[in-house]
Design a protein around this ligand. Sequence first.
Ligand code: 5GP
Length: 139
Amino acid sequence: MSTIFSQIVEGEIPARIVYEDETTVAFLDANPLAPGHTLVIPKDEYERLNDVPDDIATDLYATVHRMVPVVEDAVDADATTVAFNNGEEAGQEVPHVHCHIVPRFEGDGGGPIHAVAGDRPSLADDELDDIADDIESRV
Ligand code: 5GP
């Protein structure tokens, strides 16, 4: 069973496609958070960013990079929030990697990325050092 976004890629369900190339496609979100809310996806189905091969990740970011200023210009936005919900616990509902480009306007009542997480942890310096070391050792 393919994802709803794969069905858009295949032309099986309609979408307002605004850009397409060999490996990626951008289309308007059907339930927009703001005028111009655009989704950018890899055409192939990967559930999470962690699953995307390097070459497709490069293509995906290139399309995001291309679309952000275009979307801002199109709706005369002051700014954009650009984000992935990467995994169900982070709010991802469609299991097909997608980048949200959400136009933002002065006084729109929205919040920053900092508002998406729960309570902030209180971490001591040695805990932060351990986390940084652990991440660095895995790269
Ligand atoms: P998520 O919560 O997975 O990060 O976001 C999924 C997004 O896909 C939502 O913003 C939702 O409005 C959008 N969406 C869900 N189904 C469709 C669809 O069939 N067509 C389009 N264009 N957008 C969809």
